[in-house]
Design a protein around this ligand. Structure first.
Ligand SMILES: Cc1cc2nc3c(=O)[nH]c(=O)nc-3n(C[C@H](O)[C@H](O)[C@H](O)COP(=O)(O)O)c2cc1C
Length: 352
């Protein structure tokens, strides 16, 4: 049977227009990234993981993660933490900010997070994990989803034993990145485990891990029976991968298209977090956009050394003079700024 990547599906009451989702990535999934992902065909986008403690304390920088544009929906905001009540409070803030879904992180393998009892650690603490899902689901009226790894140790099948319990506790959807926390990003995602999870639960499952082309997306959708595939690293500086998977684009972008998308991304990011923070934040994106054989290495290195976003813009436009016209066409097709709701002032985002 042919796989239809455009097929609509639901997480609870929320309709998702397509079976391709953009993965949450800390330090990457800013609003500019999510908006771009929607433009290139992602049916669902997700914020990076947001600390429930940071939200609960009213930390300015953390609150900035709750800025949601009208052109991002449907959008999940992901929270992490280990205390059910604090997670519930954070979830209410996420709902008030306008998110369509609250996603809970039970997958983060990073020690800074796991040592606080949050992230992937919770896969080995099913009772606490279920209490978290229960209190979050009770606190909000939007659907609650959970994203997890397979378990802490290599070969672990913890996700399969905990998955159905999380659904009983109120999860309306599960996402599995079938690597262990110990694996980090080594080895490969074992989507046979995803197929097993799909068989075990009666809510939609999203498959995350190593999906980078349309053919791989179709293979994972077909072999696992999952509702959607999530794409992360393949989309870093490369929205064209999303376009290819969504069936909207064929072939490589031109240099002008690459530079125009990068310039748009840079401008959106500056607007989002202010020039100062954006200058450092954007550096990794230069390599991601201009790599893949698109521009020579010394050029990328030169951009990273420049001290302002404006200087980088000048160098990019000098390297691809036609990009200015492409950028204008892109901007003309975007929703007018007053069509975009910014729920928090920019100054809050830049602060802290
Ligand atoms: C830089 C980076 C940051 C990430 N941050 C998060 C995060 O905040 N929350 C989360 O659930 N997963 C996070 N992940 C995991 C991804 O969502 C995804 O599950 C993983 O990268 C596998 O998918 P991929 O092979 O398509 O990249 C992150 C991954 C990367 C590479």
């Amino acid at each position: 049977m042919a796989i239809d990547l455009e097929a609509r599906w639901n997480i609870g009451s929320v309709e998702i227009p397509g079976r391709l989702a953009l993965a949450p990535m800390a330090g990457v999934s800013v609003q500019a990234f999510r908006r771009q992902g929607r433009r290139f065909g992602a049916g669902l986008v997700c914020s990076e993981m947001v600390s429930c403690a940071g939200l609960s304390h009213g930390n300015e920088r953390t609150l900035g993660y709750l800025r949601i544009g009208r052109d991002e929906h449907p959008l999940a905001v992901q929270i992490f933490g280990s205390e059910p009540e604090v997670m519930a409070e954070a979830a209410r803030m996420v709902e008030d900010a306008g998110a369509d879904l609250v996603d809970i992180n039970f997958g983060c393998p990073v020690r800074k997070v796991t040592k606080t009892g949050a992230g992937a650690t919770l896969l080995e603490e099913p009772d606490r994990a279920c209490r978290i899902v229960e209190s979050v689901a009770d606190a909000v009226s939007v659907p609650v989803s959970v994203k997890m790894r397979r378990g802490l140790e290599n070969g672990s099948r913890a996700a399969l034993s905990i998955g159905p319990k999380l659904v009983d506790a109120g999860a309306a959807s599960l996402t599995l990145h079938p690597r262990s926390a110990r694996q980090m990003y080594t080895g490969s995602a074992d989507h046979e485990l995803t197929a097993e999870l799909v068989d075990l639960v009666d809510v939609p499952v999203m498959a995350s891990g190593d999906v980078d082309t349309r053919s791989r997306a179709e293979e994972v959708l077909e072999s696992t029976g999952c509702a959607a595939v999530m794409v992360g690293r393949a989309a870093q500086g490369n929205p064209w991968a999303l376009g290819e998977i969504a069936g909207r684009i064929e072939g490589e972008p031109t240099r002008e298209e690459v530079v125009a998308e990068l310039l748009l991304f840079m401008r959106d990011t500056v607007e989002e977090m202010g020039e100062q923070r954006a200058t450092g934040f954007l550096k990794k994106f230069y390599g991601w956009y201009l790599g893949r054989g698109r521009f020579p290495k010394p050029f990328k290195q030169e951009l990273v050394r420049l001290e302002s976003v404006a200087e980088v813009e000048r160098r990019l436009l000098a390297a691809a003079p036609g990009a200015g016209a492409v950028l204008e066409r892109l901007r003309a097709a975007l929703p007018a700024p007053d069509n975009v709701t910014l729920d928090l002032p920019v100054s809050i985002y830049a602060g802290g």
